[in-house]
Design a protein around this ligand. Sequence first.
Ligand code: SAH
Ligand code: DHB
Ligand code: MG
Length: 225
Amino acid sequence: MTEAEAEAAAVDAWFADTLALSDPALDAALAANVDAGLPAIDVSPAQGKLLHLLARMAGARRILEIGTLGGYSTIHLARALPEGGRVTTLEVDPKHAETARANLARAGMAERVDIRVGRALDTLAALEAEGAGPFDLVFVDADKPSNPHYLASALRLSRPGTVLIFDNVVREGAVVDAASTDASVVGTRAVIETIGREKRLTATAIQTLGVKGWDGFALAIVGEA
Ligand code: SAH
Ligand code: DHB
Ligand code: MG
C-alpha cells in the first residue's frame, strides 16, 4: 500500500466510524465471508453505502447485480428497496452464493433477493428470455473481461432512466494503459469506450481511494433510444 493509500484508508476508517457505515449484520457478513474463505473483494463500507444511496435516489424497485460474492453489496442494495422491491443477483460460484444466502438471511433481506447461480452470461440470457426487467439500477461487479457483454445485456434489460454502475474501472491506474494485455484491463477499457460512444448513455467515472486502494466506479444513466 502506498503512503497515500494508507492515509486514505485512515480517512475511510474515520468516515466509517463517524457516519456509522457499518452495523452488526454488515460486520457479520464480512466475518462469515472470511470464515468461508471468500476473497475480501467486497465494496468498502463507504462504497456500499454509496450504492445504497444511489438506489434510494433513483427510487429503484428492481435492482440487478452481476457478481454477488458474499452479498455484502447486495445487503446495501436490498436495504434501499421500497416495500415489494426486489434484487436479482448473479453469481457463478455456488459457495459464494451459499454464503450470500446466509448473510442475506441474517440481515433480514432474504425474501427481497433472488440469487441466480451460474455464469452471468447464461443467467443474463435466461433473464432476457424470461422477459425480466426493466431494471431500475444495475450494478456490474463480476469478471471484468465480460464487462462489454454485461453492458449490452444491461441495456437490453433497461428503460430510459435506468442507472448503470460498473465497479473497479480504475485498477490502480492500469485502465489508461492501451498496451495492457491484462484481460481485466482490456475488458474495462472496452466497456468505458463503448459507454463513451453509446448515444443512449450519459456517463461519468469517479476514482476512489480508501480501504480498497485506488480504484473507481463508472456511472451512467440510460436515455431515450
Ligand atoms: N459485489 C460484491 C463483490 C463481487 S466480487 C460485493 O461488493 O460485495 C466478484 C464476484 O463475481 C465473485 O463472487 C465471483 O465469483 C463472481 N463472478 C466471477 N465471474 C463470474 C461470472 N462469469 N458469472 C457470475 N459471477 C461471476
Ligand atoms: C477484484 C474484484 C472486485 O470486484 C473488486 O472490487 C476488487 C478486486 C479482483 O478480482 O481482484
Ligand atoms: Mg468490485
